[in-house]
Structure formats: C-alpha cells, structure tokens
Ligand binder design. Sequence first.
Ligand code: HEC
Length: 279
Amino acid sequence: MNLHLQNTLPKVFRCLAAAALLLQAGYVGAADELDLAVKNGCIICHRGAEKLMGPPYAEVAKKYAGQRDAAKILAEHIVKGTGPAGQGWMKEGQATLPFMPANSAVKPKDALRLANWVLAMKGEIPGLKQYVTERLAVSGFVEHQLDLSVEELRKFPAKDVQEISVVAQSPARAGTTETFRGVLLRTLLEKASILSPGHNDLKRVIIIAKASDDYAIVFSRYELFNTAVGDGVLVYFEKDGKPLADDEGRIAMISSKDIHLGGRHVRWLNAIEVRKVGD
Ligand code: HEC
C-alpha cells in the first residue's frame, strides 16, 4: 500500500462513520422535532396535509420550495408570529386564522429546526399517530386496577360538560361553546376504590393524570371528592357529539371548574395513577 492510500483510508472511514452518525442524528432529529412541535402546541393549529387554524405544513413546504433563506424566514415567523397583516394563508383558503400568534417560548435554534422540519414535509406529519391513546389505565394506591377502552368508558354514567372555548386553547373558536361527553374522574376512582387504611391517609392521596407525550397534571383526592372542582374533572371521549380526533387521542381530560381554563387539559390521556404522599 502506498503512503497516499495509507493516509486517505482512515479518512474515508472517518467520513463514513461521520455520515452514519449524521444519518442517525437526522433520524433521531425528526422524532425530536415532532416532540418539539407537540410540546409547543404547533399541532393544535397545524397538520401535515389538513387545514386547521393554520395551513397544512406540506403546503408551506410547497410555497417556500427552492426559496433562499426560507428556513431563516420561517424560523423568525415561528418565534414572532406573522404579525397583524399575516402572510395571507387564510385568504388563500389554507387557514382559518388570519395570522399566527407569536410562539415566544420557542428558542431561535429550535425554531430553525422546526422550520427545516416543516420545509421537508410532504404529507401527513410522520409519527403523530404514535401519541394517540386508545386505553386508560387506573393504577397505584387502589383496590382494583382498571384498564379501560373507550367502549368500556361509555358504560359508566355519562356526563356532559359545556365549556366556552378560551382564546389560548383555540382562538378561532373563542366564545363558542363546546360540549364534552365523558365520565367524571371521581366516578372512575370510585370504581377503582382508593385504599384508605388510616383516616389521615385520605388527605395525603394525590391523583396524577398522564399523557402519552409525558405531559402530566396533579389533583388531590381531597379536591376531587370534597370541592366543586371534582364536579368538573371529566375524562372525555366525545366533543360536540363526535369521537376525538388524533390531536386529542381517543381519550382526554379537562378540569372545567378551574378559574383559568386550559391549564388542566390533558390530551392523549393514558394513565391515572393514585399515590399516597409523605411515606
Ligand atoms: C394558534 C394557532 C397556531 C399555532 C399554535 C401555531 N401556528 Fe403556525 N400558523 C398559524 C396560522 C394561522 C398561520 C398562517 C399565518 C398567516 O397567514 O399569516 C401559520 C403559519 C405558519 C407557518 C408559515 C409561515 C409563513 O411565513 O408562511 C409556519 C412555518 C408555521 N406556522 C409553523 C408553526 C410552528 C412550528 C408552530 C409551533 C411552534 C406553530 N406554527 C404554531 C397558526 C398557528
């Protein structure tokens, strides 16, 4: 082997290894970007191929294809919003809201990743379906563990909750009333029967509602069974008479008696965990 080859071979291998790493990183990256989009609420307003409040990402990709600095421009729009004049997506019939509000919690470097992810979109958002939940488990400090499908949830006494939709959750429908149908969380907990060996234990029980994207919120047993909040915590499977779409999973939850709505709203609900704290 001549000296030249001896020197270049390791370089070639290093290049191949780097390319493999990059490919791998690209793959992991796409999952991370979906995660970013989910955590930042982008998917409340956007899908890959479907028009919601915002335009389908595949249409955005088409419009900006080949445009220099597209990623940079879009990243800036993502963080700052598209301003009162907007970019005209609604006028083109591709959105139901005239402009995008600022997503100021998104860091510029994440916005750039999201912009590139959007620009590469050709159809439905890959991987979104993985979040959709079909079952709800109730476990932990209970006598009977439950594992319920939507059909099984329908066998419990149904409750309807009406809620005026709030701006933060759904600007296009702000002020309209939505009807949620489901089962009170309290009813499910009665079925599972929270353990209560000591009188004071009851005041130390918390209930964690978890979603498939790792979002979680907490209630106390006390507020659910002993305050008006409990009358409004609904595990729901229907909205306005229809089964829930992929953006909520098949099972979701709201706490409709909270003063600030939207805070304890769990989409893709998949687990209720009962815990005794302070042991
Ligand atoms: C409240 C709804 C809403 C949310 C949340 C939202 N968008 Fe938008 N988005 C819109 C609307 C509406 C438009 C069209 C705006 C216009 O025409 O000015 C838009 C446009 C866009 C565009 C195209 C902008 C352009 O210059 O043409 C991109 C890219 C985009 N959104 C990405 C995102 C990302 C990424 C997130 C999450 C960090 C997000 N959006 C969150 C409603 C939303």
